[in-house]
Design a protein around this ligand. Structure first.
Ligand code: HEC
Ligand code: HEC
Ligand code: HEC
Ligand code: HEC
Ligand code: HEC
Ligand code: HEC
Ligand code: HEC
Ligand code: HEC
Ligand code: HEC
Length: 260
């Protein structure tokens, strides 16, 4: 039994305050006229919240029409009203289900992948930041709450825009260092036969600019640049530098790269 069904069954056993709460099968929810599984509830300041019918497999009349009119975006309330038991807060009160006073990212937005043209994806964790800030510290002025709708260059960040509004080396670690903390850490090439290779990204970023490797020598995506040792000996991939001259050679000490 999945955790969700276990919890729902448990709720049934301990008694749910809403009358006639019966879990219905997913099959029972499909094909019901007008019912869409995932609905987007729009907020003014913090973007959309996705509500999933199939994750809430109760009988319709548990929610309709007493808690929600059956029409998307026709039931707007504030979080404060939810805390008083309205809307999602009728159940998400820390007893029937996790509370609206915590777990913000479960309903709102989790980790965000911000795409760049040249150096792949930079990750932003809502969870980490929400522990320290309110949504309004960032939305909607500093960032529109929509993925990939706020592009800035690192230069602009150094000037205090985007992440740089806080990551100035004072309020939080600066954008002029610690590149790998926001971009990408060490990369594992799994190879049980020949020994795993860990590519120390951070150590290389300390020596080279991103553009010396990305996007020409390596597409900035894990696993997107297969090469053989022979290719490397011919100057491709790691071999572009690991030629025994710029850096230790690929034909030399295998154990400098492979875990053995
Ligand atoms: C746990 C509560 C809950 C249950 C149970 C539930 N719904 Fe909903 N339903 C919602 C919410 C929330 C919305 C979105 C309301 C909004 O956007 O203001 C919604 C919206 C709808 C809409 C409007 C869709 C649209 O595009 O406008 C329909 C139709 C609907 N539900 C049908 C059903 C049917 C049929 C069932 C039973 C099989 C059901 N719902 C069970 C919470 C529930
Ligand atoms: C159970 C799901 C759920 C949880 C948990 C939740 N929210 Fe919400 N939140 C919503 C929904 C749904 C809306 C949209 C309400 C509407 O428009 O009817 C919303 C709206 C908002 C809004 C805009 C409306 C307002 O009150 O200003 C803010 C800000 C917000 N949430 C912040 C938070 C924060 C901060 C947390 C964590 C402490 C949180 N939310 C936890 C579901 C949730
Ligand atoms: C009739 C009661 C009820 C209402 C109303 C309700 N929920 Fe839930 N919800 C539950 C229960 C029960 C669970 C599963 C138990 C848990 O995870 O704590 C759940 C789980 C969830 C989950 C987690 C699903 C997962 O991935 O595990 C999300 C997200 C969620 N609800 C969002 C919402 C939002 C947004 C609203 C309002 C628009 C809402 N719920 C209204 C009862 C309700
Ligand atoms: C420290 C700043 C910061 C805080 C605090 C913050 N966010 Fe965000 N949020 C961001 C950034 C950055 C993005 C990504 C924007 C982009 O990709 O252009 C984002 C994106 C979003 C998105 C869009 C997700 C998507 O997939 O399109 C939503 C929704 C969102 N935030 C909601 C919230 C809510 C709700 C809160 C408070 C509970 C919150 N944010 C707190 C910085 C923040
Ligand atoms: C606080 C997090 C953070 C740190 C630290 C950081 N970056 Fe970024 N960087 C980002 C984000 C987010 C983007 C994507 C911005 C966008 O598209 O809005 C980005 C984009 C970029 C880009 C593409 C845009 C451009 O300016 O050409 C490059 C190159 C880059 N970063 C290099 C670096 C280097 C080098 C360092 C270290 C000196 C670094 N970054 C440190 C978050 C960070
Ligand atoms: C409102 C201020 C604020 C904004 C805006 C902000 N950050 Fe942060 N961030 C912080 C603070 C404060 C910390 C924790 C202090 C520290 O580690 O120096 C932090 C920590 C982090 C961490 C370390 C997380 C961990 O696991 O410890 C990363 C990565 C990060 N931020 C990335 C970003 C990126 C990427 C952006 C822009 C898209 C951004 N931040 C925007 C304030 C902010
Ligand atoms: C010495 C070469 C080198 C330099 C310099 C370098 N990278 Fe990489 N990068 C790599 C390699 C190798 C990979 C792994 C590619 C693969 O798995 O095929 C990688 C992967 C990545 C990935 C993908 C991570 C993932 O999990 O998918 C990102 C994002 C990235 N680099 C960003 C950057 C940024 C930003 C900089 C500069 C701050 C930078 N790189 C500097 C060699 C480099
Ligand atoms: C500079 C680091 C480096 C050194 C030194 C190195 N390798 Fe590799 N090797 C790698 C990486 C990275 C891969 C995975 C490449 C990929 O998947 O794109 C790999 C893959 C391989 C493979 C599988 C691909 C193929 O060519 O069949 C073998 C076998 C191998 N290495 C053997 C060796 C031996 C033997 C040595 C010593 C003579 C050696 N390697 C030295 C980095 C290195
Ligand atoms: C742009 C040039 C360049 C590329 C491409 C490059 N390296 Fe390096 N690497 C260096 C230099 C320079 C050093 C430090 C000098 C030395 O140790 O010989 C180094 C050092 C290392 C070290 C030792 C780091 C330490 O902390 O001691 C490892 C392991 C390594 N590289 C693996 C790789 C692997 C695996 C690849 C390919 C996925 C690769 N490198 C691609 C230039 C490069």
């Amino acid at each position: 039994m999945s955790r969700r069904w276990f919890l729902i069954s448990l709720l049934l056993l301990i008694g749910f305050p809403v009358p006639q709460l019966h879990a219905v099968g997913m099959g029972g929810m499909g094909g019901v006229a007008g019912m869409v599984d995932k609905l987007s509830i729009q907020t003014k300041s913090v973007g959309p919240v996705v509500f999933s019918h199939s994750l809430h497999a109760f009988q319709c009349n548990v929610c309709h029409p007493s808690i929600f009119k059956k029409k998307n975006n026709s039931n707007h309330v504030t979080m404060e009203m939810m805390e008083q038991g309205r809307s999602c807060g009728a159940c998400h009160n820390g007893r029937q289900a996790f509370s609206v006073t915590g777990d913000c990212v479960t309903c709102h937005a989790g980790d965000i992948a911000i795409k760049t043209k040249s150096v792949g994806v930079a990750t932003f964790s809502h969870e980490v930041h929400i522990d320290m800030f309110g949504c309004e510290d960032c939305h909607p002025d500093l960032f529109k709450p929509r993925n990939n709708s706020n592009h800035a260059t690192m230069d602009a960040m150094e000037g205090g825009e985007s992440c740089g509004a806080c990551h100035d080396g004072d309020s939080a670690f600066g954008v002029t260092g610690d590149c790998a903390t926001c971009h990408a850490g060490d990369i594992l090439y799994k190879d049980e036969d020949n020994g795993n290779v860990v590519f120390p990204h951070t150590a290389h970023i300390d020596m080279f600019g991103c553009d010396e490797c990305h996007p020409d020598l390596f597409k900035p995506k894990q696993g997107a640049n297969k090469a053989s040792m022979e290719d490397m000996e011919n100057g491709e991939s790691c071999g572009a530098c690991h030629d025994g001259d710029t850096a230790f050679g690929v034909a030399e000490d295998c154990e400098s790269c492979h875990e053995m």
